[in-house]
Each structure stands twice: as structure tokens, then as C-alpha cells.
Design a protein around this ligand. Structure first.
Ligand code: BG6
Ligand code: MG
Length: 219
């Protein structure tokens, strides 16, 4: 491979927003009168907002009308916005800024590939919005991860073929999406949870300096 490009997931890779999603979903569950735990929250990682609500309602064994679901989606997002509009650069996860700097220095392009409709806002809050070659988010896709759509659009923005793209992901659905797109996958987080990934690191500080150079010398 003579050339590589990188596609970054946002939530759980560049910022830890899972805690804010948790608080906002928990408020909804509390209102509906059932318990929503951090363990339950794991099931929502990488999953679209609509799908997250369906999973949450299943957990509580709650059935509601379509109209009510729309109401819940709006109120959950309002609560979530209350948290993310206070985010600043100090919430960038360890190693992320350094990795982007290293990619810039090596002339390797990168885009965002996130399921979140709030991705542009979060990137602006933490000051990284202008760093990306392109942004693919929940507003630009019709099929959620593990469908490869989000990453395939990312490859187009990078002007690279899928097998030249390296995806950084913290969610099982995201690793599956990368595999479905025929891309190289890097799991960030628990190695056992993300055992399907081609490479695993606990966080971005662990990515070796020669990681991309080594990939480019393969085949
Ligand atoms: C993903 C998160 O990045 O975005 C999911 O991992 C979340 O937990 C999804 O449900 C959608 O986010 P948003 O911001 O559009 O509600
Ligand atoms: Mg994620």
C-alpha cells in the first residue's frame, strides 16, 4: 500500500461523550420509571439516535406511539446539547491532538466518520472542526453502522480506495462497518470487546509513531 488515509470515529475516540449520552438517556428512563445502567449504555455505543431509543425502550419494556418517540428523541437531544455546548478543548481524549499533529506532519489526510448528528457542533466546541479534510456524520448517511456507508463516503472525501483507509473506532458496530467497507480497522478501548479489529490500542497515546509508515510498507 503506497498511500493511506485515516477515518476517525468521534464519540469514544476523540472525545468521551458516552457519559453525556448516558446522563441524557438515563433522565428519559428515570421519567419512564425504569433503571438504565452504565452497562445498558454500552449497547448504545456507535448506534444511531433512533436505534438507541429503540434499544432503551426495549430495556424498559416500554411501548409508545411514533409521536411519543419523536418527542423523546427531541427532549433527549435537548438534554444532551446542554452538556456538549459546555465542552472545551480540555475534553479531547489523550493522544488525539498529538496523533492529528503527527498525521499533518507526515502529510496523511484524515476525515471524520461518525454516527452523530451533533458531530460538527462537538468538533467546533473542542476546536478541531477545521482540522479534518471532510466530515461525514449522522446527517450525511441513511444507513447506520455496521453498514459501511459512513466510511465509504469518508474514503470518497479522502479520494482513496477503501483498502487504503484506516478506521479508528471504539464500538463493535464501527469495527464491523470498517470490515464491511474493506478497510483496515483499529479498535480503541477494550481489546476483548473489540477483538474483531485488525489492530488494538487502549487509547490513542499507544499508537506507535511509525504505525502508518509500517502500514504503507505492507504489500
Ligand atoms: C455515536 C454514539 O457516535 O452517535 C452513539 O456512539 C450515539 O451513542 C450516536 O447514539 C448518535 O448521536 P447523536 O449525537 O446524533 O444523538
Ligand atoms: Mg464511537
Amino acid at each position: 500500500m503506497s498511500k493511506v488515509g485515516v477515518i476517525f470515529d468521534l464519540d469514544g475516540v476523540i472525545v468521551d461523550t458516552a457519559k453525556y449520552h448516558f446522563l441524557a438517556w438515563k433522565k428519559l428512563a428515570d421519567g419512564l420509571g425504569f433503571e438504565f445502567t452504565e452497562e445498558h449504555n454500552e449497547l448504545l455505543k456507535g448506534v444511531s439516535r433512533v436505534r438507541s431509543l429503540e434499544i432503551l425502550l426495549d430495556i424498559g419494556n416500554v411501548t409508545v406511539s411514533e409521536e411519543k418517540k419523536q418527542e423523546f428523541l427531541v427532549s433527549k437531544n435537548e438534554d444532551y446539547l446542554g452538556y456538549i455546548t459546555k465542552m472545551e478543548a480540555d475534553e479531547i481524549l489523550p493522544g488525539a491532538s498529538e496523533l492529528l499533529d503527527a498525521l499533518d506532519a507526515a502529510g496523511i489526510k484524515y476525515v471524520l466518520g461518525s454516527a452523530s448528528k451533533n458531530a460538527p457542533l462537538i468538533l467546533k466546541q473542542i476546536g478541531l472542526y477545521d482540522r479534518f479534510e471532510g466530515i461525514v456524520d449522522g446527517n450525511s448517511v441513511s444507513k447506520a453502522k455496521p453498514d459501511p456507508e459512513v466510511f465509504l463516503i469518508g474514503a470518497e472525501k479522502l479520494k482513496l480506495s477503501p483498502d487504503q483507509c484506516v478506521v479508528f473506532e471504539d464500538a463493535i458496530a464501527g469495527i464491523e462497518a470498517a470490515k464491511n467497507a474493506n478497510m483496515i480497522s483499529v479498535g480503541i478501548g477494550d481489546k476483548n470487546t473489540l477483538s474483531e479489529a485488525d489492530y488494538n490500542f487502549n487509547d490513542l497515546t499507544e499508537v506507535p509513531v511509525n504505525f502508518f509508515e509500517a502500514l504503507m510498507t505492507l504489500n
